[in-house]
Design a protein around this ligand. Structure first.
Ligand SMILES: [Fe+2]
Ligand SMILES: [Fe+2]
Length: 293
């Protein structure tokens, strides 16, 4: 019988075989209306380029937080995930420069103090198991956000008539994200089932106090994220004055569906972890406040 680990190993091997990093010379950077495209999507490309390129820092964070990770995790992040994401970043960054924008400003090597403390504690095996669960939850939310964002961006780019970008930049990138999401989801489900009650309690608590939308490390980036939400048309449910969820797509429910099911299923009545919807609402508000400054 196949164990969960066997399934994960097979999934990672398949991702590696079926999705080699996208070669830069496969991309057609032709843009018919650079100014119009830049005005509508330039900042979205910049945000995504930064987040993709920052996987180099994410790998440092993972190895700090998980001093002794399972072999399959190492294989995934070192041999599949990081090489794919870096290419996404390089391609998107090149595209924004073709539009006349400066390259993304990235933080590739600064690991925060909180993570270093977690990493020290994680030398205790039961605590590393808590960190692993937090890592999988972050991975799930991040990759699910990427799947949604690239789908919406692809639709938007097709609308602008920039078919070279849609077909040779966004489409190939968006094909690689669901496999990442699947890895974290399989891992999260399997790992959650092995945790003791105190570990689950700690995961819920730490997740509640540490959740942030993908790529948000400070107030400026929170507003940037809000701008991206607006450009992709997923901000409406979070605007002030509208009843929560009364209009538009509920991004939080989509991003945190499995997290809700695993961590909070016993809290019936809550469709979405409140810290996720709060974070998205704060992003939209930060973007609006910055726009009127
Ligand atoms: Fe990516
Ligand atoms: Fe990804």
């Amino acid at each position: 019988m196949l164990t969960e680990t066997d399934r994960l190993v097979a999934h990672v091997a398949r991702l590696g075989e079926e999705h080699p990093p996208i070669p830069l010379d496969s991309v057609d950077f032709t843009v018919n209306d650079p100014a119009g495209f830049e005005a509508r999507f330039g900042h979205v490309l910049d945000y995504m380029a930064r987040v993709e390129l920052e996987v180099d820092r994410n790998v440092l964070e993972i190895s700090t937080m998980l001093p002794n990770p399972p072999e399959v995790d190492k294989q995934f992040y070192a041999e599949v995930w990081q090489p794919q994401e870096i290419q996404h970043g390089l391609i998107l960054d090149r595209l924004q420069q073709v539009l006349g924008r400066p390259p993304a400003t990235t933080d590739l090597d600064h690991v925060g103090l909180k993570l270093k403390v977690l990493g020290l504690l994680a030398h205790l095996e039961p605590f590393q198991d808590v960190c692993r669960m937090l890592y999988y939850l972050t991975g799930m939310a991040t990759e699910r956000s990427a799947v949604i964002a690239y789908n919406l961006l692809h639709d938007g780019v097709i609308e602008t008539g920039e078919h070279a970008v849609a077909d040779t930049v966004i489409a190939p990138i968006k094909r690689q994200e669901p496999g990442h999401y699947a890895f974290y989801q399989l891992s999260a489900r399997a790992h959650w089932a092995t945790l003791a009650r105190w570990q689950k309690w700690l995961v819920r608590h730490m997740r509640r106090i540490s959740f942030a939308p993908v790529g948000v490390n400070n107030v400026e980036q929170l507003a940037d994220f809000g701008d991206v939400m607006e450009s992709l048309g997923v901000d409406r449910a979070y605007r002030l004055g509208l009843r929560f969820g009364s209009e538009g797509r509920d991004l939080a429910a989509d991003v945190a569906r499995v997290e809700q099911e695993l961590l909070w299923a016993r809290d019936r009545g809550l469709p979405v972890p409140d810290y996720v919807s709060r974070a998205f609402r704060e992003a939209v508000e930060a973007a609006r406040a910055r726009a009127v400054r």
